[in-house]
Write a protein that binds this ligand. Structure first.
Ligand code: NAP
Length: 466
């Protein structure tokens, strides 16, 4: 009986999602001592997930991880199926039938909500929408952000909130030569936003952003940074927390916020305010957002176990546009076991598990849909290596016969007249985007609709075949 992973029975693995965690899983599989063939499926015609549509355009170094993914994709035993949505164009059961194992690496595409009255008002957006919009993601390109008011608010103090704040406060000249989408650059050049306010419900020591990202605001031309020094008067429990060696990022954040609070306030082009101890309670406006009501909070409790409590005072904050940046959320896929509380696929060590922790041999998860939306791009490498180790330890529990892999997938898609985009065709999209960017001095001008992406690689959605 041939064992999957042997030369006469290559281990056929489908990976759902082409972001960092998917590519790191492919890399771990292809580097293993087994004979492996990988099919990667991606909903969009273009690869790289959040590296393409999440990383901010003014952070090109972070995007360079795509060079690593490009190398992986050119491996002999790797196939890319772009423009194929699992759950719509092809079912999980089809993938299981054609492969020995399936790894889900489809990230966390939804956003968390505040769950407060007024969240449906016009002028209230999620950071996810804004990030997708300025990065030219087809799902978000048609959203209109009204930047005609003077004041914008961001709720949440993670790195995504800082990305949104940077794009709102930088001058368009600072963004012009990045790969920001043309429609976003046009809208930002008309922006009348002069003040951006970032609100955290806890204190400065608890803010989740990293000091490297925070420090960038000190270097933006014409930007004033404002922090209320009272917010930086730390209670003893907070001082103990930042003295802890494992919290060095937070100590650096506090030092930077002190610098910001002492910076001269002058005639700045734009201003960025950091507010702490403000818990959003409700959003108000007749037809669109006009004010945000916050409950003021304070911290109580022992170091590392501090909690916030309302102090019984509220604050009305006028603003015309608000971005909630309170984290992403994973979505269920077909009937895969899903933990609604954490919005992740239910798993043990990366292997999916159903009711009663029943192991689902052959089904695995990695990245944000496995551990939730946390960590930087590199965090996904170790995560994917761990999931692949689990998969490889299950080889004797997987179907002990040859699987057709890509061949069956192609046949299934062809029968459904579904166009899949191969990696060679992505190369054509890539080249066309780079050429479009060249005249504007940009690394690329992305196509922002699926039709244009397919046109660029010589396909139309009606044509079949990869
Ligand atoms: P995050 O780091 O988890 O931050 C979420 C923020 O939302 C926190 O400040 C949190 O406050 C706040 N929040 C949550 N629920 C709230 C509520 N109901 N009301 C008010 N505030 C609320 O998430 P993220 O910014 O979306 O980032 C996701 C991951 O991507 C992170 O690991 C991040 O580092 C990473 N990322 C990295 C980069 C980079 O490396 N440059 C860029 C972007 C994103 P509490 O702490 O009080 O819950």
């Amino acid at each position: 009986m041939p064992t999957p992973g042997s030369p006469d029975c290559p281990l056929e693995v489908a990976i759902v999602g082409s972001g960092p965690s998917g590519f790191y899983a492919a890399e771990a599989l292809l580097r293993s001592d087994k004979s492996v063939r990988v099919c990667m499926l991606e909903r969009l015609p273009v690869p790289y997930g959040l590296v393409r549509s999440g990383v901010a355009p003014d952070h090109p170094k972070l995007k360079s991880s795509a060079l690593v993914y490009d190398r992986i994709a050119r491996s002999e035993n790797f196939r890319f199926f772009g423009n194929v949505c699992v759950g719509r164009d092809i079912r999980v059961s089809d993938l299981r039938e054609a492969h020995h194992a399936v790894i889900f690496a489809y990230g966390a595409s939804r956003d968390r909500r505040l769950g407060i009255p007024g969240e449906e008002l016009s002028g209230v957006h999620s950071a996810t929408q804004f990030v997708g919009w300025y990065n030219g993601h087809p799902d978000f390109r048609d959203i209109r952000f009204d930047l005609s008011g003077e004041s914008a608010a961001i709720i949440g103090q993670g790195n995504v909130a800082l990305d949104v704040a940077r794009i709102l406060t930088k001058s368009v000249d600072d963004l012009r030569h990045t790969d920001i989408s043309a429609h976003a650059l046009d809208a930002l050049s008309e922006s009348r936003v002069r003040e951006v306010h970032i609100f955290g419900r806890r204190g400065p020591v608890q803010a989740k952003f990293t000091s490297q990202e925070l420090a960038e605001f000190g270097k933006i031309d014409g930007l004033g940074t404002i922090v209320d020094p009272d917010d930086l008067a730390l209670r003893p429990a907070c001082r103990i927390e930042i003295e802890d060696q494992t919290n060095r990022n937070y100590a650096k954040n506090i030092s930077l916020l002190h610098q910001f609070s002492q910076a001269r306030t002058g005639d700045h082009r734009r201003r960025l305010y950091f507010h702490f101890f403000r818990n959003p309670a409700s959003l108000h406006g007749k037809t669109r957002l006009e004010t945000v009501r916050f409950n003021k909070t304070r911290l109580s409790g022992e170091p590392f176990h501090q909690v916030t409590e309302d102090i019984g005072e509220t604050l009305e904050f006028p603003c015309q546009i608000l971005f909630r940046s309170v984290g992403y959320r994973g979505a269920p896929l077909e009937d895969l076991p899903f933990d609604r509380r954490s919005a992740t696929l239910a798993h043990v060590d990366g292997r999916l598990c159903g009711a009663g922790n029943h192991p689902e041999y052959g089904l695995y998860a990695t990245g944000w849909i496995k551990r939730g939306p946390s960590g930087v791009i590199g965090t996904n490498r170790a995560d994917s290596v761990a999931s692949v180790e689990t998969l490889l330890s299950d080889l004797d529990k997987l179907p002990q016969h040859v699987k057709p892999g890509a061949e069956a997938l192609e046949a299934k898609l062809k029968a459904q007249r579904k166009t899949a985009v191969s990696f060679k065709r992505w190369d054509r999209i890539d080249l066309a985007e780079r050429a479009r960017g060249q005249s504007a001095g940009k690394p690329r001008e992305k196509f922002t609709s699926i039709e244009d992406m397919l046109d660029a690689c010589g396909l139309s959605d009606q044509a079949a075949g990869a």
